[in-house]
Design a binder for this molecule. Structure first.
Ligand code: NAD
Length: 369
């Protein structure tokens, strides 16, 4: 069985193996030019449920610090200011946050608002010259996603996406084992992602704000997970949609979608995305010589799992703490994550989601290449 010392040794090896390409920030970005490279100073936009979790987790970060707030609700700003000691001059609303461009004390803005708002908000932050972190799904279509990537490139700022599982220790151990051939040729992935959604009036069930239904919110974990678990990009998808509650899940808001994907090596994936079944948070990866399973696979943790060699014992660390420290390393020190978390990575997921929706609508196999 792995000991904590084994884990730390492996992580140390992993970080040595990752080339630190540059110790400088992206060249030419004026807002980071005088940065001492130690701590990424972050403003959070959208002070809702997930933002609260990120803010709490950031208390334990070594390389990232919450210093600013963007919200449409003044009372929330006041509460958060008190709770996290945030200066008045670092607080904005949705009308005036472009002024963050003149604030030398904020390096990055983390957008944690409803999905359909990400596109415009990310582009405004980029145009204000600040580094951008955005929650998943990055946008609500591949076209939107590409526009966000292009805007951030043009503004010469990073665009990172809140793919917290890309830094999770048990997940990374499976990826290491796969890369070292311990499972043999990969043949199959199963991803099950779902929960029963409550309040029918919430934004997650409003197409205009969510951009879709379960697929945009929770199914994306199986889409993204299939890619990092199999280690390839899918070349086709098929999909079937089931809707049992037409009141809750209106036009354009998917309740349950089963989807299948094929990969260049011949590996296949079979996945389920749903807002109407509980206890679905499971990944299974099968190879010719072994297997890995994670259940829960993408919840807030602890993640549990085993492979054909035995249980995975890497310790749980709050996902958002690790994520924000690692993202600070990417932005300030040019660190390369094992699994990318940039805008291009998110566009790959959004292309697949576009194809899944098309396949479900048309009943056809949709080619991705
Ligand atoms: P939430 O409803 O709890 O919070 C959303 C926030 O956005 C609220 O503070 C709300 O006031 C604000 N907002 C701004 N404009 C709004 C508008 N026009 N309509 C509604 N709300 C508006 O939602 P959440 O769970 O925090 O999700 C926010 C984002 O974070 C989503 O994109 C979601 O997919 C993502 N998320 C990611 C994870 C993860 O594990 N990575 C987990 C949960 C949510």
């Amino acid at each position: 069985m792995d000991t904590r010392r084994d884990f730390l040794r492996k992580m140390a090896v992993a970080s040595i193996a990752l080339p630190i390409l540059s110790i400088k920030h992206k060249s030419g970005n004026k807002n980071l030019q005088n940065h001492n490279g130690q701590v990424l100073r972050v403003a959070i936009m959208g002070l809702g449920g997930y933002a609260s979790m990120v803010a709490e987790a950031m208390r334990d970060c070594k390389s990232a610090k919450l210093v600013g707030l963007i919200s449409g609700t003044p009372s929330k700003i006041k509460n958060w200011q008190r709770k996290y000691g945030i200066a008045e001059k670092n607080c904005y609303n949705y009308e005036n946050f472009d002024e963050v461009r003149n604030n030398p004390d904020i390096d990055a803005v983390y957008v944690i608002t409803p999905n359909a708002l990400h596109h415009d908000q990310v582009i405004r932050v980029a145009n204000a010259g600040k580094q951008v972190i955005c929650e998943k799904p990055m946008g609500i279509s591949a076209k939107e996603g590409q526009e966000m990537v292009d805007a951030c490139k043009k503004a010469n700022v990073h665009l990172l996406v809140g793919y917290r599982m890309h830094f999770e220790a048990k997940t990374l151990e499976i990826i290491r084992m796969r890369n070292e051939g311990e499972f043999g040729k990969i043949s199959f992935f199963q991803g099950l992602s779902g929960f029963v959604i409550g309040d029918p009036t919430q934004w997650r069930l409003n197409k205009a704000l969510a951009g879709g239904g379960a697929m945009m919110d929770i199914g994306i974990y199986s889409v993204n997970g299939s890619r990092y678990m199999v280690g390839e990009e899918p070349i086709w998808v098929t999909a079937q949609e089931t809707k049992t509650d037409l009141n809750k899940f209106k036009e354009g808001v998917d309740e349950t979608i089963q989807f299948q994907m094929g990969f260049p090596s011949g590996a296949v994936a079979s996945c389920l995305s749903t807002y109407n079944m509980n206890n679905l948070d499971r990944f299974f990866l099968n190879g010719m010589d072994g297997f890995a399973e994670l259940q829960p696979s993408t919840g807030y943790g602890p993640i549990e799992g085993r492979t054909h060699k035995g249980p995975l014992t890497q310790p749980h660390i709050t996902h958002q703490t690790v994520q924000m420290d690692e993202m600070a390393g990417i932005i300030l020190k040019g660190k390369k994550p094992i699994v990318p978390v940039d805008g291009e990575e998110a566009v790959k997921d959004l292309k697949i989601i576009d194809a899944i929706y098309l396949a479900a609508r048309t009943g056809t196999k949709v080619n991705l290449v």
